[in-house]
Design a binder for this molecule. Structure first.
Ligand SMILES: Cc1ncc(C[n+]2csc(CCOP(=O)(O)OP(=O)(O)O)c2C)c(N)n1
Ligand code: SF4
Length: 275
């Protein structure tokens, strides 16, 4: 059996997450992916902003930083530029990475810096009581949309791809072996990788939308099971059929020089004498 204790700060447990929160499932996926990568814990930097998802680095025995809301990618960029030999991973909620941190998100994608972002997309601001986020589906009831959300939502993967990320994948907290694999591939990818982990917060989101997702957090997991569509199957479906579906798998994967390589080239040109 897999020994998680080697990767955890066991003295920090129990964690703060509600029973049934998807964040713990994704945490274990990340640990298994790191173990598969065979990386030394001291060579990993795990960075977060603020939110329930962002509490994660406190529990993991890597080099960890819990920064300001929305700013994890900015801190991570500085770390990677200063210490390119480190494996830099960012964990961030949908609110953290796409609302207050949206600007950092698109520029991290554009720069194609060699690091990995896992976006914990529970489609809500969990920590602050369930305000709608940029990924909350239209019509869902939230603390700030009691009659239903009238805003359209971001497609995290399309946004990442459009902004310049070179590996983009989406998994769910129901399809755990697939999520392990998607995170592992993201860690191995050279360039900026974005893995959207579709998951759920029953405490602030599900319980206001029982008609849609069912009466319990277990039903929210079953909702993911029933609405996930592998990318190959999605290619044969119409936009209408895909309306409320979660397309899963590796959605985009290309090679392109990133910011670290460009900087290195510039430094080398000076070291070589002529520019
Ligand atoms: C500058 C700043 N603005 C707002 C907040 C309040 N705040 C803390 S967590 C949070 C939302 C977190 O939502 P998300 O990132 O989706 O993570 P989750 O809690 O759902 O895991 C907000 C708005 C803050 N801490 N700092
Ligand atoms: S409030 Fe939601 S996101 Fe936060 S720990 Fe509870 S279930 Fe998870």
């Amino acid at each position: 059996m897999f020994d998680y204790s080697e990767y955890l700060r066991n003295e920090k447990l129990p964690h703060i997450w509600c029973p049934g929160c998807g964040h713990g499932i994704v945490l274990k996926s990340l640990i298994r992916a790191v173990a598969k990568a065979g990386w030394n814990k001291d060579d990993i930097v795990l960075v977060s902003g603020i939110g329930c998802a962002s509490r994660l680095p406190g529990y993991v025995d890597f080099n960890t930083l819990h920064t300001a809301h929305g700013r994890a990618l900015a801190f991570a960029t500085g770390i990677k530029l200063a210490k390119p030999e480190m494996h830099v991973i960012v964990v961030s909620g949908d609110g953290d990475s796409l609302a207050i941190g949206g600007n950092h998100f698109i520029h991290a994608c554009r720069r194609n810096i060699d690091m990995t972002l896992i976006c914990f997309n529970n489609r809500i601001y969990g920590m602050t009581g369930g305000q709608y986020s940029p990924t909350t589906p239209s019509d869902d009831k939230t603390a700030t949309s009691p009659y239903g959300n009238v805003e359209p939502h971001f497609d995290v993967a399309e946004l990442a791809k459009g902004a310049g990320a070179t590996y983009v994948a989406r998994g769910t907290s129901f399809h755990v072996p697939q999520l392990d694999d998607l995170i592992y591939k993201g860690l191995m990818h050279k360039g900026f990788s974005v893995i959207e982990a579709a998951e759920a917060c029953f405490t602030t989101h599900g319980r206001k939308n029982r008609k849609k997702y069912g009466p319990s957090n277990l039903d929210m997991l079953k909702w993911q099971r029933d609405h996930a569509v592998p990318v190959a199957k999605a290619a044969e479906m119409s936009p209408e059929e895909l309306e409320d579906k979660i397309v899963t798998g590796v959605l985009y994967d290309i090679e392109k020089p990133g910011l670290i390589e460009q900087y290195q080239k510039l430094i080398d040109s000076f070291n070589g004498g002529a520019k």
